[in-house]
Ligand binder design. Structure first.
Ligand code: ADP
Length: 389
């Protein structure tokens, strides 16, 4: 734990300088929790108007993919974390060698950043994840017809389903990626769930209840999300065991959102892991005692982990930029949604909208999940993100 003992032998916390790589909505929501603790927070981000810019005073303009920018920013920090995987890991490794605490550790980020490395890690750790083959070029796909149907995933740079292409049969090969990727056996998915696991600096762990994710089939981004997931106790047990195995397997403190598939037979398969606060944990701001953002501060500061217990069931929906709307943002129907007593609205402060862009989210709390789902679908047609014309 970071701190010192005073003359009377009492333990006192000291102010730490914490750096965050990335100033998007995740960085913004992390900043919103920061003043609860003795921290001096700094953000590295290339866009001076990023979502975090409204809430953080220490914004360093720089690129988190640049070795030099990350090193010069990180050298001024006690602890460094990231809101995104696509950061310069060599710089983080150098900073680690210089004594800067990197959470999650650079080796963990290096493994996760590359889907091939991530799949190898699951295999080495004996973690159930769909079978895969490594592919380098589109042509190579022709040599794996026996493996179809499959999902082809870009090794690097994929985000929100943009680096994923279903290759169901031979005819689909033409639309395959011509780049290093994994070809993953298609799972007969019943449900997509996520379990976030906190790993403290002392190795202690805390598990958030599983959430169920429903994706928008067109945009391929998280559509609505339900907590707790509608899965049996047996599936919960399997999912929790897998998530803890993944999170502790990285041998690093951090917060790990483990995305999993539940197949039609009730088997659980790890899809992928995000070593950070995650879209699947936004509901924890209101619906859980310790939110994912509060939890990450506790991890970064070496404090005891928070209480992951649920206060009430919740449904969370992303507020996305409407189709055909590009430009400076305006919100239609916001007043009506703000008037809903069990709705919590979060807008990310993005100045311009485009179709499918994540502009905010709404969490609905209550005991009756079907009713919350109905409310969520209503909000989707009420609260619209459009451009100013
Ligand atoms: P991203 O990291 O870009 O979010 P994912 O790996 O989560 O990409 O894949 C996006 C979506 O594609 C998943 O949510 C799932 O619906 C589908 N998908 C991915 N892998 C498989 C698979 N092995 N079997 C069936 N569907 C899959």
């Amino acid at each position: 734990m970071q701190g010192q003992h005073n003359k009377r032998g009492e333990f006192q916390f000291i102010m730490l300088r914490i750096g965050i790589l990335g100033g998007g909505q995740l960085g913004r929501m992390l900043l919103q929790e920061a003043p609860n603790y003795p921290v001096d927070v700094h953000i590295l981000e290339s866009d001076p108007n990023c979502p975090a810019s409204n809430v953080g005073k220490n914004l360093y303009t720089g690129n988190f993919s640049s070795y030099d920018d990350v090193v010069s920013f990180g050298m001024q920090m006690d602890v460094l974390t990231t809101e995104i995987e696509h950061v310069n890991v060599d710089a983080l490794q150098y900073l680690e060698d210089q004594g800067v605490k990197i959470i999650p550790r650079s080796a963990c980020l290096r493994t996760i950043k590359d889907k091939i490395g991530q799949k190898k890690f699951y295999q080495q750790q004996g973690i159930q994840s769909p079978a895969y083959r490594v592919i380098h070029t589109r042509d190579e796909l022709n040599g794996h017809l026996d493996f179809l149907p499959a999902a082809q995933k870009l090794a690097k740079g994929g985000y929100d389903g943009k680096g994923v292409q279903l290759i169901l049969h031979n005819d689909d090969i033409a639309k395959g990626f011509d780049a290093p990727s994994v070809l993953e056996k298609l799972v007969d998915i019943d449900k997509e769930i996520a379990v976030s696991v906190a790993v403290g600096q002392d190795g202690s762990t805390a598990i958030y209840p599983a959430v169920e994710m429903v994706f928008d089939p067109v945009l391929n981004v998280l559509d609505v999300q339900v907590c707790p997931a509608g899965i049996s106790a047996a599936v919960v047990e399997k999912a929790n065991a897998l998530a803890v195995k993944v999170a502790t397997g990285f041998a690093s403190p951090g917060l790990f959102a483990v995305e999993m598939f539940v197949d039609k037979q009730g088997e659980v398969w790890v899809n992928e892991t995000a070593p950070r606060v995650h879209n699947s944990g936004h509901h924890t701001i209101e619906a859980h005692y310790s939110s994912q953002f509060d939890m990450l501060w506790r991890i970064l500061l070496g404090y005891p982990l928070g209480n992951t217990e649920m206060i009430q069931s919740s449904v969370m929906l992303n507020i996305l930029g409407a189709e055909g709307e590009v430009g400076p943002v305006r919100y239609e129907g916001l007043k009506a949604v703000l008037a809903i007593p069990n709705a919590f609205v979060h807008l990310y402060g993005k100045q311009s909208t485009k179709p499918g862009r994540k502009m905010g989210h709404v969490t609905l709390m209550g005991d009756d999940v079907p009713q919350l789902l109905q409310q969520a679908h209503q909000i989707k047609t009420t609260l619209l993100v459009k451009a100013q014309h």
